[in-house]
Design a binder for this molecule. Structure first.
Ligand SMILES: Cc1cc2nc3c(=O)[nH]c(=O)nc-3n(C[C@H](O)[C@H](O)[C@H](O)COP(=O)(O)O)c2cc1C
Length: 204
């Protein structure tokens, strides 16, 4: 609980930091251990609280179970991504809802006219949707990790094919496919280097 009087925020301990960042890895194979529907629901119950610009929340999530629907997805994955997408206990297709601005009167009740501004300005609408859905995709991966699960995000797929396959009604635009499960045999590729903070961080 956050103490109301001091406004002191809790800090994650080393275990929490390791689970989210320092020790967390991208999984490329998965154990047979199932991922429950309750766990999948919990992922979004966490991720939905992370911030977006003007509270736009443009990301949408389609969970694809094992079976016929999974094979309809796999055929649109790049060859190197097919086997692990077929084998993962759960898969999420993360997508941008291009009509996200239609919810602005609910999401930003003190400035509902932003919905009309976005409706009239395609460039602003597109950049806002792309930027914030990408942010939410990152939050989604961290939420998977926070639940003790491994994520395998993949950008290597035919997005137009996936959209025609699954989103012809909603007109959502897929941005990332995420395998979800517990790590299996040899799940990690070699850890790739990260840029040094000296190359990244500047101070003014
Ligand atoms: C947006 C995004 C797209 C990715 N696309 C693919 C992909 O198509 N295929 C794949 O095998 N890995 C893909 N990856 C996995 C990255 O290569 C991996 O997360 C990164 O190298 C870090 O690995 P680590 O978490 O094990 O350190 C993707 C990751 C992200 C975040």
């Amino acid at each position: 609980m956050i103490a109301e009087t001091t406004r002191a925020l809790p800090r994650l301990d080393e275990t929490g930091r390791a689970a989210l960042f320092t020790q967390a890895r991208t999984a490329n194979s998965f154990a047979d251990t199932p991922v429950t529907e309750a766990e999948l629901r919990e992922i979004w119950e966490l991720a939905r609280w992370a911030p977006t610009g003007a509270n736009t929340q443009p990301l949408r999530v389609l969970y694809i179970g094992r079976g016929e629907a999974r094979m309809r997805l796999v055929k649109h994955m790049d060859d190197g991504n097919k086997a692990k997408t077929e084998a993962a206990p759960a898969v999420a297709v993360l997508a941008l809802d291009p009509r996200f601005h239609e919810h602005m009167s609910t999401l930003l009740p003190f400035k509902p006219e932003l919905g009309d501004v976005l409706a009239a300005n395609e460039e602003l609408r597109t950049s806002t949707g792309q930027f914030n859905s990408a942010l939410q995709a990152g939050y989604f991966i961290l939420a998977v990790r926070a639940l003790g699960l491994a994520a395998g995000p993949m950008g290597g797929f035919d997005a137009a094919g996936v959209d025609a396959e699954f989103f012809s009604e909603e007109q959502w635009r897929s941005i990332l496919v995420v395998n979800i499960g517990h790590p299996g045999e040899n799940p990690w590729f070699d850890r790739l280097p990260r840029l040094d903070s000296a190359d990244i961080v500047r101070w003014a």
